[in-house]
Design a protein around this ligand. Structure first.
Ligand code: DAH
Length: 344
């Protein structure tokens, strides 16, 4: 028995020396190896079981020796295990090492879209005058987009805008003007509001796109006149295009205003002499507007005997094209970074 104990100790010694020399075992594999000696089914436990078979008088001494072997073995395994775990940790630290001194990737900073610039600019101009912003739905009903704006069914004025219908009642709004009705339905005058948004028409060439952006303006109060209308439109045009431009009103027709006007600014390219940009007229058409038609006020729930209104609608894409010299409206919607980066 003594011999067996001695041999087992030697075996463990050799096994552990080998492990330490190679340092190839993972801590899991090492745990399994340890189980061969120290565990319920291990060799040392088996020895203890053998004790029952030895003569009584030798049992105490042998028991002590086996226990001493067990304590020694446990210490040895613990020592090597610690070494293996330390090595594993060091390896992990090495593989997960990060160099915090490496220069980071600089995030790309985007730019606002030119139409967003124009929108912010217009809102900036009017917010100092007490206007706030309302946004209506892009899917609009026929009533708000047309009928309430004094364009009854089958009226030829409907042909002014090629409409995408969704069904008999619903359509993609062709203009932001239905926002006028929605605001009046929900607020009492005095009203000063801007309605920006996407609008849709079946239209497609260098200056027209099926989706574009408008900004509607509406003022409803007592005693407004065409002078107020001109004042508002003039301010808008000069702020957008510069104080040194000239402006003029031209009569026009819109079903929802009476009288209706169009505002022109003098051409920046030729200074008013006439060129390709202004088609020889010296003037550039900028926006439409007018005094809100009494029927439209009424449809919005406003008494036209008491209040008058002025309104305007600006194509923001067109303003962006004029202001930044963008030749084709499609350039605004292609999302080409080379173009958009110029607006940082
Ligand atoms: N809604 C018109 C259009 O899309 C633009 C417009 C003209 C709006 C006159 C107005 C206005 O509010 O008074 O062509």
């Amino acid at each position: 028995m003594k011999e067996i104990i001695k041999n087992l100790q030697t075996e463990i010694s050799e096994v552990l020396s080998q492990v330490e020399a190679d340092m190839k075992l993972s801590s899991k594999e090492f745990f399994e190896l340890q189980g061969n000696y120290i565990s319920k089914t291990g060799k040392i436990t088996a020895l203890l079981r053998e004790l029952g078979k030895v003569p009584k008088e030798e049992r105490a001494e042998l028991g002590k020796e086996i226990n001493a072997l067990k304590v020694w073995a446990e210490n040895q395994f613990a020592r090597v295990e610690k070494k293996i775990k330390e090595a594993e940790l060091a390896k992990r630290y090495e593989s997960e090492k990060i160099d915090i001194t490496i220069k980071g990737k600089e995030p790309k900073i985007g730019a606002l879209h030119p139409v967003t610039h124009i929108k912010n600019e217009i809102i900036g101009i009017f917010e100092g005058l007490g206007f706030d912003v309302f946004e209506g739905p892009e899917i609009e009903d026929d009533y708000h987009n047309f009928t309430a704006l004094n364009v009854p069914a089958d009226h030829p004025a409907r042909d002014m805008q090629d409409t995408f219908f969704i069904n008999e009642k619903l359509l993609l709004r062709t203009q932001t003007s239905p926002g006028q009705i929605r605001v009046m339905e929900n607020r009492k005058p005095p009203i000063k509001v801007l309605v920006p948004g996407r609008v849709f028409r079946s239209d497609d060439d260098a200056t027209h796109s099926a989706m574009f952006h408008q900004m509607e303006g509406l003022v409803v109060d007592k005693g407004l006149t065409v002078c107020d209308l001109y004042g508002v439109l003039n301010k808008l045009a000069l702020e957008l295009f510069g104080e040194n431009r000239k402006t003029r009103l031209r009569p026009n027709f819109f079903p929802f205003t009476e009288p209706s006007v169009e505002l022109d600014v003098s051409c920046a390219m030729c200074g008013g002499d006439g060129c390709k940009l202004c088609k020889g007229t010296g003037w550039i058409e900028v926006l439409g507007g007018g005094m809100v038609h009494p029927k439209v006020l009424k449809n919005g729930g406003v008494d036209p005997e008491v209040y008058t209104g002025l309104a305007f609608g600006v194509g923001m894409d067109r303003i962006a094209m004029l202001k930044y010299g963008i030749p084709n409206i499609k350039l605004l919607f292609e999302n080409d970074a080379r173009m958009l980066e110029q607006f940082k």
